[in-house]
Design a protein around this ligand. Sequence first.
Ligand SMILES: Nc1ncnc2c1ncn2[C@@H]1O[C@H](COP(=O)(O)OP(=O)(O)OP(=O)(O)O)[C@@H](O)[C@H]1O
Ligand SMILES: [Mg+2]
Length: 339
Amino acid sequence: MSPSSDSPSPPPLGRTAIRPAWDTLPGPVRQAIAEQLPAPVTAVVNQGGGFTPGIAAQLRLADGTAVFVKAVPTTHPLVGTYRHEGHIAARLPLATPAPRLRWTGTTGGWVVLVFDNVEGRHPDLAPGSADISGVVNAVAAMSQTLTPCPILDVEPSSTARGDWLHGWDLLVHDMPHDLGGWERRHLNELVKAETVWKAHADGPALVHGDIRPDNLLVTTGTRTGTDAGAPVDGIAVVDWARASRGAFWQDVADLVPHLIMAGHTPAAAEACLAAVPAWQQTDAGVLTSYAIAYAGYWAWASRQPAPPGVPHLRTYQRHAATAAIAWIRHRADGISPIP
Ligand SMILES: Nc1ncnc2c1ncn2[C@@H]1O[C@H](COP(=O)(O)OP(=O)(O)OP(=O)(O)O)[C@@H](O)[C@H]1O
Ligand SMILES: [Mg+2]
């Protein structure tokens, strides 16, 4: 059963996207992709994570390896984000915990990206999960690899992210009847405060800009050599379509609403980040403003009509808005009043 708009829990990770299957790609496009691969395709696993209605599939190859392919028609409104992802992925330093882009190109009216396949699963961010420390450490450690920003022509976060990461300014002009009492009482402060973070968003790092559990994979593998058979765990960060140049704290802070959505209290979610320098060093008022911006964005976006072919996005955003509002209220109560 698909989650309804009143579903008590967010749509399950890995089953949020309705994507066209690999074999709906025109034959000549599949052939052009096959020419980039070291061996024939033997099996296909279509992916259901994320929300974008593009093709996303793991291809198993006859030589025992696998690749991950994303593709979208050049006429699709999101084609620019696929091209941006290809531009970024091709230039990530090798030390980035991200799958290597093997090939990208436009063929037969489709933009295609072919990555190394990551064997893994989405992390569980629920309280007590053993995945949490690995996720926090992996995201925190990216600041070293991605500072200074290894890619020159990337838009600053203040505009790349600031242009969409707000929403109270939109809600105030078109007040929804179901907006909560707390939000109504604080609406004017929220409108003012949701822009404060933008003045602190720019900086020297490459910011992923979309850190959430369905863009993270806990890798599973086994060692070869003397430790043969022992499990190897790590984190891979995928989906660099929203990367910008900015201050690294944004990627760290992005974990908080997802930890809350996974069942943490706001205080417990923030406690998961307590040891991360980028979190410790960011001004409390800036973080409160950032929480306010996310809450506003999700509160506004979740009330918009669903885009065609994306049935679970608005439910997800409604849960995300609830989490972000809980986060603001926690901060506004004790840590940092609304700036
Ligand atoms: N290199 C990879 N190897 C294996 N699986 C991957 C890889 N990259 C992504 N995935 C899986 O495919 C899903 C969709 O990938 P991705 O997030 O890149 O697509 P998207 O269409 O941009 O989604 P979104 O709606 O999040 O923008 C991910 O949630 C993940 O489960
Ligand atoms: Mg994604």
